[in-house]
Ligand binder design. Structure first.
Ligand SMILES: [Zn+2]
Length: 297
């Protein structure tokens, strides 16, 4: 009875106190009042070799694409639905496992997210070369063609869902394997793909849809990669298939997921027949496992 009149005046200071707290929080954590720029990383604790999807929600429908950068390298963002964008950050075994800053700008705002890039052990191989053996060097023509292919970023997205296994053969060398040459660790080397031990002539299928943007043959000078197909899945995602015996496609063809595009061989610098499949994201060879099993959108 006596308490009641006291309750109303007590609520007001509490409300003021709460709004003051949230204002302090907004300043401390850089959250804008209208939440105009929201950013989400997937996975948010990536490991070396993972592809990080950066999802961005903006308020403006008509604004320019947001920008995403890490270590001053910029990665393109694509509109996925109204006000929603996605960029890919590729990570590789050559990256440092450390705290990275992901800087996103859009709608005239900037957000910086901390991303802890986790360490990961990759298997190692020891290769012994004798003096007379010499390494296989790519020809200039081959080098230029492959480099140009890896730089392609086309705006459309041609894949959807998980990627298919490109060959039935068992995996003999997985992604990311590091090497010692004559006992010395090769700092710049990692296995930029997955090797499948399919026999000569066994089918190579497109793991996802896209446009054929590279066809190279031994006859043209593809001495290291051998007969090669480059397949553009769009938005900076590309497959490369090496050491083929046969190629059934030509540059400019559109192929569907599951379509046979070539046959396994032993062309180029190899010790035996196998398919090397490399999956590239914004120019870097990443671990295809998440792409094969979970699917990356
Ligand atoms: Zn390989």
């Amino acid at each position: 009875m006596v308490m009641r009149p006291f309750k109303l005046p007590f609520k007001l200071p509490l409300l003021i106190c709460l709004s003051l707290l949230s204002a302090i929080a907004a300043v401390m954590f850089g959250v804008s009042k209208a939440d105009a720029l929201q950013v989400m990383l997937k996975p948010n604790t990536p490991m070396l070799g993972d592809t990080v999807s950066v999802w961005i929600a903006t308020n403006q429908t008509t604004g320019a694409a947001p920008t995403v950068s890490v270590d001053r390298k910029q990665f393109p963002a694509f509109a996925m639905s109204p006000n929603r964008w996605r960029a890919f950050i590729p990570t590789t075994p050559l990256d440092k496992a450390e705290l990275k800053q992901v800087v996103v700008t859009g709608d005239g705002l900037q957000q910086t997210l901390a991303m802890q890039l986790g360490d990961r052990e990759f298997p190692t191989q020891s290769i012994w070369l004798n003096d007379s053996g010499g390494g296989s060097e790519p020809t200039d023509y081959e080098w230029d063609k492959v480099s140009a292919f890896k730089k392609i970023v086309s705006p459309q997205k041609f894949w959807s869902g998980a990627f298919l296994r490109p060959n039935d053969g068992e995996i003999t060398t997985g992604f990311g394997v590091r090497r010692y040459y004559n006992g010395e660790f090769a700092n710049d080397y990692y296995h930029r793909g997955v090797d499948y031990a399919g026999g000569t002539g066994s089918p190579v299928i497109a793991p996802a849809s896209g446009y054929i943007r590279l066809v190279g043959t031994v006859a043209q000078g593809f001495l290291l990669h051998g007969n090669t197909i480059g397949l553009d899945h769009g938005q900076g995602v590309e497959s490369i298939f090496l050491h083929l015996s046969k190629i059934y496609v030509k540059e400019g063809d559109f192929v569907k997921a599951g379509q046979v595009i070539g046959a396994v061989g032993a062309t180029g610098a190899v010790t035996g027949p196998h398919l090397h499949w490399g999956l590239y994201v914004n120019g870097e060879a990443i671990d295809p496992v998440a792409w094969r099993y979970e699917g990356v959108e």
